[in-house]
Design a protein around this ligand. Sequence first.
Ligand code: AMP
Length: 308
Amino acid sequence: MGKLVIVGTVAFDEIETPFGKTDKILGGAATFISLAASQFDVDSAIVSVVGEDFPKEYLNILSDKNINISQLEIVKGGKTFYWKGKYHNDLNSRDTLVTELNTLADFNPVVPSDYSGAEVVMLGNLHPGVQLSVINQMEKRPKLIVLDTMNFWMDNALDALLETIKHIDVITINDEEARQLTGEYSLVKAAHKIYGMGPKYVVIKKGEHGALLFHEEQIFFAPALPLEEVFDPTGAGDTFAGGFSGFLAATGDISFENMKKAVIHGSNLASFCVERFGTERMVNLDKKEVNKRLHQFKTLTQFEIELQ
Ligand code: AMP
């Protein structure tokens, strides 16, 4: 079975959307990534940190999905990373109201020895210095290193981010972040500029407008499935990244053709994530529903055309 190392926040999220608000609930980039990746035949381990305030029932949610949490450090007397966000009416944009790093501020990640030979590393959103430390602990160069990040780290740790990006294969970011990172409005130009920073593959997520995969001069586009109900977009990007990297780790094939499939799997899983608050939908997702929606995806994008 393919091994996948996942780094990223494991968090308390407090979310407000036009449809309601939550108290502190389970969230975090590594949480969403690992739940999505658990849909595939892959052996994943989370490298992250929480505080003593993190409930045992949340840990059980992860371990019940066979996600290895032996390197999810629990800091005695520490507080878990906390993020609060509020979505605008169109749900496509949001304001971050609070980011409290707490235990994440002094986190030294340790890759479990039985995962240091993993073929795929998914560097989820957190401090780019932590992401780099995980790369450096891998016993040999993994087959594929995927990195996701966000504007918070571009604003607060740009130099460290640019250093880490040099060592990765695939970056997944949203359109706004791609523009911020490169200063280019055109996403094609932005992707080309990002190649110059290190990654050979660039995935630009466009929320309800789908995702673009760039590699050299090739571009592949996957739409987002038009949904009847979008409730809370939190974690959709991470779920995409988890589906993308989980599929690639499970198949062991990192060709461009297979990456296209990975983009579809990522988009498919993200379509579930947004239907409920937080992780609720991903925790209770079964393979049958996932498969059914893949068929819908295929119908949505397939057409016959006579070409000269
Ligand atoms: P997404 O909606 O895919 O961008 O991811 C939302 C998740 O990212 C939430 O569960 C947050 O806990 C987490 N998050 C928010 N801000 C940060 C940050 N600066 N670093 C790492 N994770 C974050």
